[in-house]
Write a new protein. Structure first.
Length: 288
């Protein structure tokens, strides 16, 4: 092997290690997390309890194998990140009308929790689902496991009961990563993020920039989309607590996205992040 080839391989290995280390423990997010604890009055010990509950029930200790699988699936694709905001269903329809079968081949879809359900109404199987278990059902989890979807399950102080409810389904998952927002306890890792939607971007930021990102359903508005919770049948006004959480998530992404080497785009309903360019149909279709 020539010297420059060896150096190239060493550089790639170094970058893989950096991405892996940040995915396991995003220490830079710790400052934001401590601010979140203060703003909401959350108890970190409850987050630790949730993390340890997930640690007990995870079926596989090899999170890096699953992360590598995600990396393989997103390579050279449009990664459509679906949030549960009111604009999500219409924006998904916009994408599906833009390229039919070609769209399906060139796009992969990642759902933030309840967004999974509007994907399924259009017969779109998410490649990955990021969930703290309040937007999906055990039945959906079992169904998508049969479709080889990857689950990134988040544990925190408020979903310990949900972790118990989903224990049987979680233990049967073939592809799963567990995450926390406190210190990691591998295989439960801490790549950063607060809500399901922004956690996806924090996770993707840890992967090499071999793909483009398109945000849908990322409104971060005063209205909660009906797909946020299985019990909702229509969009509803956000409670003060929900509005505050969405505001924090939007600020986190406004801070994160400019640091990402990935190209990140949005559609008309997307929150106006300064570093996210709105994509036209012609631009999207020409890129497929």
């Amino acid at each position: 092997m020539k010297k420059n080839e060896r150096l190239g391989d060493m550089e790639k290995s170094r970058h893989r290690k950096l991405f892996s280390n940040r995915m396991e423990n995003n220490t830079a997010f710790r400052v934001d997390y401590e601010k979140i604890l203060q703003v909401f009055g959350f108890d970190e010990l409850r987050d630790v309890e949730g993390r340890d509950k997930l640690f007990e029930i995870l079926p596989s200790p090899n999170w890096k194998k699953v992360a590598n699988e995600i990396q393989k699936r997103v390579k050279d694709k449009w990664v459509v990140v679906g949030g549960s905001g009111p604009s999500g269903p219409a924006e998904l329809e916009w994408i599906l009308q833009s390229g039919s079968e070609q769209t399906r081949q060139n796009c992969i879809f990642i759902a933030a929790d309840g967004a999974t359900r509007y994907f399924l109404t259009k017969k779109v199987i998410p490649t990955a689902i990021f969930s703290d278990l309040d937007g999906i059902t055990p039945q959906i989890m079992a169904e998508l496991n049969r479709e080889a979807s990857i689950f990134v399950i988040h544990a925190h102080g408020d979903n310990i009961d949900a972790l118990t409810t989903f224990t049987s389904e979680i233990r049967q998952l073939d592809w799963i990563i567990g995450t926390t927002q406190t210190h990691p306890r591998p295989p439960v890792i801490s790549p950063g993020g607060f809500t399901d939607g922004d956690r996806i971007l924090f996770f993707l930021s840890c992967l090499p920039p071999t793909f483009k990102i398109l945000l849908i359903g990322m409104d971060f508005s005063a209205t909660v989309g009906q797909f946020s919770k299985p019990t909702l049948t229509a969009d509803i006004p956000a409670t003060p607590m929900k509005a505050k959480k969405l505001g924090i998530a939007a600020k986190l992404l406004a801070k994160l996205i400019p640091t990402m080497p990935h190209s990140v785009y949005g559609l008309e309903g997307c929150y106006p992040f300064p570093s996210v360019r709105k994509l036209t149909r012609a631009e999207f279709e020409s890129s497929l």
